[in-house]
Design a binder for this molecule. Structure first.
Ligand code: SF4
Ligand code: MG
Length: 316
């Protein structure tokens, strides 16, 4: 894949800890320029924490975040500014991230002013109007307040605010989970549209595999702070390897009719603060053996692009 930098973003470390909550334990993940990487797992598995780490909002207490091949902690001056603007986040609940006392026009203008991107109010106004049009909103909306909009419109405002600084990489944390089902497809289409027009890269976080199915090029499955499977989307849906991935797939209505070898994930999700021994999935896995309870599986490559962490795929 012809990418500007082979690794646009990589979060590396055998043991990444964040202060207070060990939500993300060990992740090694690269996001390639121009792709949509879906990140899927149950709530509380550390998806959002990982997303925030990628934007630099949260720092790993161990491990390293690289941007364009350089550790983010070593960036300064223009390179740090580039990272700050290039990587933007879109939240699940746009309303919570929009200041209710600010007009939409001011909400969108703020990043331009804070980062001194525009030189005049005329230019700021022009950029605000462009951003509104780009997400399918009328420019007259700039004089209204967030509460005057529907959930879908608010999410469009959130997207416009992220886009206005011309980012290259968007971390979208459950961006459609709070929206009416009837609106979800529209917003997904907007994401796909923007990607085409702006050559954007996305990390698309969802608890629902069926949501990433239509948008992701690759999918990473996360369980208790670890990536347990990573594969191109088509491959993951056709040949899921990890028992956890297979149970997630079975929960999608359209594939429910397939022959069932697995049962829905049983039991409570263990606390990420006290993950089970060995393979963290073992208390809920139909295939768990003594080895699974004692020894954590290492990531293994099934193909050049399909990686899984499960003893079922060890040859020894
Ligand atoms: Fe199940 Fe064992 Fe594989 Fe973990 S390593 S997913 S417990 S079979
Ligand atoms: Mg979350």
């Amino acid at each position: 894949k012809p990418v500007l930098a082979e690794r646009l973003l990589g979060l590396l470390g055998r043991q990444i800890d964040i202060p207070v909550l060990k939500a993300v334990r060990s992740v090694d993940l690269s996001v390639h320029e121009g792709e949509v990487l879906g990140l899927v797992g149950e709530s509380g598995c550390g998806k959002s924490t990982l997303g925030r780490m990628l934007t630099g909002i949260t720092s790993p207490s161990r491990g390293e975040l690289d941007y364009n091949g350089k550790p983010v902690t070593e960036l300064s001056g223009q390179a740090l500014r580039d990272f700050t603007l290039d990587v933007q986040m879109i939240f699940q609940d746009p309303y919570a991230s929009l200041n209710p006392r600010q007009k939409v026009g001011d909400i969108l203008a703020e990043p331009l002013r804070v980062h001194r991107i525009t030189r005049s109010e005329t230019e700021t106004r022009k950029r605000v109007d462009e951003a509104l049009r780009e997400v399918g909103l009328d420019v007259s909306y700039r004089d209204r307040y967030p509460h005057q909009f529907s959930g879908g419109q608010r999410q469009r405002i959130g997207i416009a605010r992220a886009l206005i600084v011309e980012p290259r990489f968007l971390v979208c944390d459950e961006p459609i989970a709070a929206l009416d089902v009837s609106i979800q497809a529209q917003v997904i289409n907007l994401f796909l549209d923007l990607r085409r027009r702006r050559n954007l890269t996305y990390l698309f976080i969802s608890h629902d595999l069926s949501v990433v199915r239509h948008i992701a090029d690759r999918v990473a499955i996360m369980y208790l702070g670890q990536i347990v499977e990573l594969a191109p989307a088509a491959r993951l849906f056709a040949e899921p390897a990890h028992p956890y991935t297979r149970t997630l797939l079975e929960q999608i209505p359209s594939v429910r009719n397939r022959k069932r070898k697995f049962h829905a994930v049983k039991g409570e999700i263990p606390s990420p603060l006290k993950p089970p021994s060995g393979c963290a999935f073992h208390p809920r896995c139909a295939f768990a053996t003594d080895r699974c309870r004692a020894e954590a599986p290492l990531p293994r490559d099934l193909t050049e692009t399909h990686r899984v962490s499960c003893h079922l795929f060890d040859n020894n």
